[in-house]
Design a protein around this ligand. Structure first.
Ligand SMILES: CC(C)[C@H](C(=O)O)[C@@H](O)C(=O)O
Ligand code: SF4
Length: 473
């Protein structure tokens, strides 16, 4: 008999009821809430006169609509200039107070982007089912959680019942062996994967990332990879537990202690696919061949190595793909056949739930140290993913390195990842961005996003155009 995959194990451990029509009920261990997708869910509970089923497994924090400007931030929630944003954030505060849910408020230690603060507080732990009304919840799969985004009506359902109606996915294994070259990061690995399998490649699958590259990767790097599983079409991305995983959670605020820790760690060590597990699909990449990646188009699959060129539509034989390239190049204001390193940069964004953890900021600071932002670059935002990341970065003096280089050091939040707050691109502006989505208008109307790693973003800020971080002098 075939063994179980990691996903099968997590599924079986949380299955409440399987129905013949394929639908199933699973138990949810951790529910994280933010201001955008929770208001109607709370409203639904109020109208029905219901209470959350298990208060203590819910944690909330504002991230999307808050200002990252230090002065605006210090002025508090009532001073948020944009009315919609102010209402969203105040509504989260009021709902959490009313229902008794633990919220890490806007200026409180612990606050941050949901997918940064959850793991760092140990709110999400290996083996848990984790849901949040946010598509990048797959991030928490980096330490063997069964984690995915849910819609607002499901947020209400989880609050009320602690269960979710769902369907089992298929199993995909993405194996990347070999050793990454210098200057090649987790972000480059996941962009290369999406470049290979496409934005629909993972649809219907739970992806497990395995192989030497992920074994050697830090937990932060694994989070960057799993974060973007959704950009490959998969709602779930996971990496098996190893000793690094266990070490990462030791001493975290909500992690178990004493005998309970030992029991948990023993269970966590079982969270890997069995040797004889069978996957529905297996994809393999050679890690040693991956270069720093840059997206040139309006979908995360439109990526190329930094040494490469932008594809020419006339070389594409598939008419649908050719039209897609033409449309993307028109929107991006780029020429097919030109060098990736010729792409100009007007603004740079270092942040988002993909790349705003401490090691991301360290990588960017290593590039920024002793250098200056190019005079043609209007703004470089460096936005830590959480209050804890911010405090850690400041204790290491990273903020000073960024400021001396001419970059803006900001308060934690989603910031320029999406145009839901004041940080946004102007029409026609190019941005080297460490975020995860480059759709039309994602960072502001008419804005042009180039997805890159933190080191590549910092290098672009210094050079004033996309450049190979490995060749920076
Ligand atoms: C606002 C939220 C629902 C959305 C998501 O689900 O991903 C956002 O975080 C995003 O990245 O587009
Ligand atoms: S940082 Fe970006 S991708 Fe992540 S939750 Fe916020 S808006 Fe979504």
């Amino acid at each position: 008999m075939a063994g179980k995959t990691l996903y099968d194990k997590l599924w079986d451990a949380h299955l409440v009821k399987q129905r013949d029509d394929g639908s199933a009920l699973i138990y949810i261990d951790r529910h994280i809430l933010h201001e955008v997708t929770s208001p109607q869910a709370f409203e639904g509970l109020r109208i029905a006169g219901r209470k959350p089923w298990r208060l203590d497994v819910n944690v909330a924090t504002p991230d999307h609509n808050i200002s990252t400007d230090p002065v605006e931030r210090a002025a508090g929630v009532d001073a948020i200039p944009d009315e919609t944003s102010r209402i969203q954030v105040k509504t989260l505060d009021e709902n959490c107070e009313y229902f008794g849910i633990r919220e890490f408020k806007m200026n409180e230690m612990g606050q941050g982007i949901v997918h940064v603060m959850g793991p760092e507080l140990g709110a999400s732990l290996p083996g848990m089912t984790v849901v949040c009304g946010d598509s990048h919840t797959a991030t928490h799969g980096a330490f063997a959680c069964l984690a995915h985004g849910i819609g607002t009506s499901e947020v209400e359902h989880v609050l009320a019942t602690q269960c979710l109606v769902t369907k089992k996915m298929k199993n995909m294994l993405i194996r990347v062996d070999g050793t990454l070259g210098p200057g090649v990061t987790a972000k480059d690995v996941v962009l290369a994967i999406i470049g290979k399998i496409g934005t629909a490649g993972g649809t219907g699958y739970a992806i497990e990332f395995a192989g030497q590259v992920f074994r050697e990767m830090s937990i932060e790097g694994r989070m960057t990879v799993c974060n973007m599983a959704i950009e490959a079409g998969a709602r779930v991305g996971m990496v098996a537990v190893d000793e690094k995983t266990i070490e990462y959670f030791k001493g975290r605020r909500f992690a178990p202690t004493g005998e309970l820790w030992d029991q948990a760690a023993a269970y966590w060590r079982t969270l890997h696919s069995d040797d004889n597990a069978e996957f529905d699909t297996v994809v393999e990449l050679d890690g040693s061949a991956i270069e720093p990646q840059v997206s040139w188009g309006t979908s995360p699959e439109m990526v190329a190595p930094v040494s490469g060129t932008i594809p020419s539509p006339e070389n594409e034989s598939d008419p649908v793909k050719r039209q897609g390239i033409e449309r993307a190049l028109k929107y991006m204001g780029l020429q097919g056949g030109s060098a990736i390193s010729d792409i100009p940069v007007d603004r740079v964004f270092i942040g988002s739930c993909t790349n705003s953890r401490i090691e991301d900021l360290r990588a960017a600071a290593d590039v920024a140290r002793g250098r200056k932002v190019a005079s043609t670059v209007k703004q470089v935002l460096v936005v830590p993913g959480s209050q804890m990341v911010k405090a850690q970065a400041e204790s290491e003096g990273l903020d000073k390195i960024f400021i001396e280089a001419g970059m803006d050091w900001r308060e934690p939040g989603c910031s320029m990842c999406l145009a839901m707050n004041a940080d946004r691109l102007g029409a026609g502006e190019h941005c080297a961005s460490t975020s995860n989505r480059n759709f039309e208008g994602r960072q502001g109307n008419g804005g042009r996003t180039h997805l890159v790693s933190p080191a590549m973003a910092a290098a672009a800020a210094i050079a004033g155009h996309i450049t190979d971080v490995r060749a920076l002098d």
